[in-house]
Design a protein around this ligand. Structure first.
Ligand SMILES: [Zn+2]
Length: 207
């Protein structure tokens, strides 16, 4: 299969979070630890995934079309103003809700902040689909008939002001990117490499 086009490894990982297990069709897939480090050849990465419920394996290949995102720490989803070709506006909002839920359930402040930071990035990505004078995203912002139908029946969910209000209280992206967490040995934004339960051996980090 042709690799999918992504702006960054992070965008590819978020895409995988939206995919359900092909076998049991319920749980989202999880990316195996160290998957990106081991399978990054030229601009193509392969993400090895597994279903946390039944163990079914799947892998996805992506062509990463921006080197700027990889060079940034904490990483960016997409350093360009171009909307995603991989994740549509509704899926960015779904990711926002998944990440906010994880942020609230996180076992320590470091993990919680990492999830909230990702949630803020997702809202920023959703807003890239909006045209300057429109309060609602254009039809091209939805990648499936199902998504377009959802937008038609629930327009308030996609109102620009609604998205802007979701950003309130989330980490400020510019400030977060300026202050990288040099003191912590664990990179708090690598949320996909941490279990979501159990004790953190390093203890809660102060933020
Ligand atoms: Zn499964």
């Amino acid at each position: 299969m042709k690799p999918l086009s992504a702006h960054s490894i992070l965008e590819a990982q978020l895409y995988v979070m939206l995919q359900v297990c092909p076998k049991c069709d319920t749980d989202p897939l999880e990316v195996a630890e160290r998957s990106t480090e081991e399978h990054h050849i030229d601009d193509i990465i392969r993400l090895d995934c597994a279903c946390p419920e039944c163990g079914e394996k799947a892998d996805y290949r992506f062509r990463i079309d921006s080197r700027r995102a990889a060079a940034s720490e904490p990483p960016l989803i997409n350093p360009t103003d171009e909307p995603s070709k991989l994740i549509d506006v509704g899926q960015w909002l779904t990711l926002y809700h998944i990440l906010i839920a994880r942020s609230k359930e996180a076992s320590d402040r470091t993990a919680s902040r990492g999830e909230a930071y990702q949630a803020a990035l997702c809202i920023a990505e959703a807003l890239k689909f909006y045209e300057p004078d429109n309060d609602l995203p254009p039809a091209s912002a939805f990648f499936s008939d199902q998504a377009r139908e959802q937008a038609r029946t629930h327009p308030a969910f996609f109102a620009r002001d609604k998205l802007l209000s979701l950003q309130t209280g989330l980490p400020d992206l510019r400030a977060t990117q300026a202050v990288t967490n040099a003191k912590s040995s664990r990179k708090w934004w690598k949320f996909w490499q941490k279990p979501h339960s159990g004790a953190d051996p390093a203890g809660p980090d102060s933020v």
